[in-house]
Ligand binder design. Structure first.
Ligand SMILES: Nc1nc2c(ncn2[C@@H]2O[C@H](COP(=O)(O)OP(=O)(O)OP(=O)(O)O)[C@@H](O)[C@H]2O)c(=O)[nH]1
Ligand SMILES: [Zn+2]
Length: 375
């Protein structure tokens, strides 16, 4: 696990890492790969990579779909053609995440990604980078050539299995770090309890409202994914800020409970990518298609952390404030009894109508009632 965390930091600062296949038998292993994130790729690094005959661009199935290629494979790798030696970092970035067709002169047919290449994309997602990497499949000679850098600690190696499952490593290991009484405008009695994931990368807050011994049998709970633009600045693009405040008030009115403020900005893709997605939306794409162009699925959130937070607060039965059926399913799968659901609407405005309509029609959010009323 430590290798994985350190690799994520290296990738975020644009430093390449090596991923080795530790799955399956020794004779059937995928080649090790040298991995460089496409995001923030300097042209000098690219020159080193595109000089390799086995250099590839690895992208997700979502990205491929946005390029008009349907595949069952989770990810694909596209060999750089030999003629691509003069390729620029901008062109690679465009192939990875722009609203533009793929340049077939530069990239050969997509092939299903190997386990090491899939692991590379898992690390990119965890690092909140665009999920696209330049890789070189290393042969034995190339692997030996970089061994000195590895031995000196200049180049990290990560086992594929740990990298591929880096989102699951936190399960059951969440740390309850600190807490304090924080009275809010609408709620006199509330405590903020901070939890940290074991790799130290993300922190989540449980806002405990009222007195736990007086809570209803099914505890009112809101799982709220962070939205800096909406929650803090009142962005008109979404209804998050309103949902956050009315969520807190409703929990108080229901006799107290918990609001989990989850570090899942942009449905789990991070603020940098959400801003990229907004720009694509301004070019005419809806919220789902914009994320797909960037290589993300329609919702990249994992809720095992929320399950762990509820367990740490001794909550086993909830009434969930949400319009999102996948949150209900995630809690039930995590062993929490979901006794009911409370709808939680923000206002439909001219600015957020398109966003809310796409959530209802494409992602199955239960918003028809409020959208119909606002027609
Ligand atoms: N990727 C992406 N994320 C967005 C966009 N607009 C808002 N978000 C994020 O979407 C998430 C919304 O979180 P929630 O309100 O908790 O969840 P929800 O899925 O809408 O479900 P409920 O509010 O519980 O019904 C936040 O993380 C926002 O940052 C967008 O256009 N693109
Ligand atoms: Zn929002």
């Amino acid at each position: 696990m430590h290798q994985t965390e350190r690799a994520i930091f290296d990738l975020r600062r644009g430093v390449a890492v090596v991923i080795d296949d530790d799955t399956g038998s020794e004779t059937a292993r995928a080649p090790s790969v040298l991995v460089q994130p496409v995001e923030g790729l300097p042209d000098e690094e690219l020159a080193g990579f595109s000089g390799h005959r086995s250099a590839r661009l690895v992208i997700t199935r979502h990205r491929l779909r946005s390029l008009g290629v349907n595949t069952r494979a989770e990810a694909a790798s596209l060999p750089l053609r030999p003629t691509a030696s003069a390729v620029s970092a901008g062109i690679v970035l465009q192939a990875a995440c722009a609203d533009a067709p793929l340049d077939r002169e530069l990239f050969a047919e997509p092939q299903p990604a190997t386990v090491t290449e899939r692991a590379a994309l898992a690390l990119m997602r965890r690092a909140l980078l665009i999920p696209a990497a330049l890789t070189v499949r290393l042969n034995d000679r190339q692997r030996r050539a970089i061994q000195t850098q590895i031995d000196r600690g200049e180049l990290l190696t990560v086992p594929a299995r740990a990298a591929e499952h880096c989102f699951e490593l936190a399960a059951g290991l969440l740390k309850r770090v600190s807490e304090a009484r924080v009275p809010l405008n609408d709620v006199a009695e509330s405590r903020f309890v901070l939890f940290r994931e074991p790799d130290g990368l993300r922190e989540h807050v449980a806002v405990v409202i009222g007195h736990p011994e007086q809570w209803p049998d099914a505890v009112p709970v809101r799982m709220h994914s962070a939205c800096l633009t909406g929650d803090l600045f009142g962005s008109l693009r979404c209804d998050c800020g309103e949902q956050l405040r009315s969520g807190v008030r409703t929990i108080e009115e229901m006799g107290g409970g918990v609001l989990l403020y989850l570090a899942q900005e942009g449905r789990g893709i991070g603020l940098a990518n959400k801003l990229r997605a907004y720009t694509l939306q301004d070019q005419g794409h809806d919220t789902v298609d914009a994320d797909q162009i960037l290589g993300f699925g329609e919702d990249e959130r994992h809720y095992c952390v929320a399950v762990d937070m509820l367990a740490a607060l001794n909550i086993r039965k909830v009434r969930l404030l949400t319009n999102n059926p996948s949150k209900l399913r995630a809690l039930a799968q995590g062993g929490i009894e979901v006794a009911g659901r409370e709808k939680l609407y923000g206002q439909v405005t001219d600015e957020n109508r398109r966003y809310l309509t796409a959530k209802a029609s494409r992602s199955g959010h239960l918003l028809e009632e409020v959208l119909d009323a606002a027609k």
